[in-house]
Design a protein around this ligand. Structure first.
Ligand SMILES: [Zn+2]
Length: 461
């Protein structure tokens, strides 16, 4: 840690207080998916507002629209000519079961081997706290901030952000900004800093087919009736061509290659296939699009996957039927600039061409998240790269992650580039027992947030 970093002294002098603050924050069991914990989510929103107040943020509020509350605060002292940055994170957490696999109680933060173990340590309270502390540090140091800052800390990210977009649109003016900083992602390794630049979108469909009102005796009717299981099997088999590409016409029409600098970074990412297979529950067989690396297949390329399929008798022994019906659910991971609605339309036409005459069928959409990417050539991304490089001492690589929704909404509704400053590590056990924050990463995150705000203050808006 070099002394030229803006917040180096602050981190050194305030360490104990900040750790205490982290512990208090992590003690609140703000599990948003469990109604029994909803009062805790409200407490945690209020607590987040208190943390912001302590840091010097103003116009504090607990914001909600028929759902769980987000915490809001701002500091607009940099003036109308300075850029405005909105920091996003979430103060709700995942459930904790299976409880017996925790080595210490999930809401009693415990420090072991340089890590803080608790539910929410990395996802996402720890990451929210270092952003807030960076503000406090900068105000303490300079009495002013290099940018106008707004903090929007959501309370229902871990339960699918059901009302987040409505919160955003309801308060669009209030949240207006020139850039969004999301602190809810990770990097490759402590010594291989990386920046997430985009997230794949997601859209799913359930296809249901029916041939008769009830199952038919296969000895009496079999041979003369179209079998729904066979129909679904054909649809699934046709979904990909021999090269592993999705075979639906127009599926790739809006897919672009990443810009050359990002492609080069992707190729330079350290990737250990054996470790990847092991961490992926001992993957036996690797497949996918011919001519693409595993990293490309899982980040910059779109996919189609059957997530569930069912037809006919699945119990023990033999049941001699032609099943009356069957269903299959297919999900597509989308990349910029694929549109979930256009994909749905193309799929419907393609499925219709595969349905035998007279077969009853329906295609039901299952949610949709648009993909997003922030080009690495944008000035804001340059600011983030410099901030990371200053703190970690090496230039960051660029990655993409799977998306959960709010990031794409933020960029689209607020019409601002989304930057990801995240210090999570692959071993942080997010959503699992013994979730942790590696404290070295926490302090680096705090330092990097200070550098980032300073760098963003120099970007022409
Ligand atoms: Zn999270």
């Amino acid at each position: 840690m070099t002394a030229e970093l803006l917040l180096a002294d602050y981190v050194r002098d305030s360490r104990d207080r900040i750790v205490g603050s982290l512990v208090d924050y992590l003690r609140i069991p703000s599990i948003s998916s469990d109604p029994e914990h909803h009062t805790d989510v409200w407490d945690s929103a209020t607590h987040t507002v208190d943390l912001m107040r302590g840091a010097g943020l103003e116009n504090l509020d607990v914001v909600h629209v028929d759902g769980l509350p987000a915490a809001y605060g701002e500091h607009l002292g940099a003036g109308p000519d300075a850029p405005t940055v909105l920091v996003y994170g979430h103060h709700d957490v995942q459930p904790v079961d299976p409880l017996d696999q925790w080595t210490s109680p999930p809401f009693e933060p415990t420090f072991v081997d340089g890590e803080c173990r608790a539910r929410g340590a990395i996802d996402d309270k720890g990451q929210v706290l270092y952003e807030i502390e960076a503000v406090r540090g900068l105000l303490q140091r300079d009495g002013r901030l290099p940018v106008n800052l707004k903090f929007l800390i959501e309370g229902e990210e871990e339960s699918g952000s059901p009302t987040f977009e409505r919160i955003l649109t309801t308060h669009r003016e209030r949240f207006a900004c020139d850039a969004v900083v999301v602190s809810d992602t990770g990097m490759i390794a402590p010594d291989v800093p990386s920046i997430c630049v985009g997230m794949r979108g997601l859209v799913g469909f359930t296809l249901s087919v029916r041939v008769a009102d009830s199952d038919l005796h296969s000895g009496v009717f079999g041979g003369a009736v179209v079998n729904p299981a066979h129909v679904l099997a054909r649809v699934v088999a046709d979904l990909h061509d021999a090269d592993g590409r999705v075979a639906i016409p127009a599926f790739y029409d809006d897919v672009h290659e990443p810009e050359p600098a990002e492609a080069a970074s992707l190729a330079a990412l350290p990737f250990d296939e054996a470790a990847w297979r092991r961490d992926g529950a001992n993957i036996r067989a690797v497949g996918g699009e011919l001519g693409r690396s595993i990293l490309e297949r899982t980040t910059t390329r779109p996919t189609a996957d059957v997530t569930g399929i069912g037809a006919g008798y699945q119990g023990a022994g033999l049941k001699t039927i032609v099943p009356a019906e069957g269903t299959v659910t297919v999900t597509f991971r989308l990349v910029p600039d694929q549109d979930p609605v256009a994909i749905g339309r193309a799929l419907r036409t393609w499925v219709a061409a595969r349905m035998p005459d007279g077969m009853e069928w329906s295609l039901t959409p299952r949610g949709g998240i648009r993909p997003m990417v922030t080009p690495i050539s944008t000035p804001e991304m340059g600011a983030l790269s410099r901030a990371i490089e200053r703190v970690w001492g090496v230039a960051p690589l660029f990655t993409r992650e799977g998306g959960s929704g709010p990031e794409e909404s933020l960029g689209r509704v607020l019409a601002a580039p989304v930057l990801f400053l995240g210090v999570g590590l692959p071993g942080d056990r997010i959503h699992a027992p013994n979730e942790r924050m590696v404290m070295d990463q926490f302090w680096r995150g705090l330092l990097a947030a200070g550098e980032l705000f300073s760098e963003l203050g120099k970007v022409e808006s």
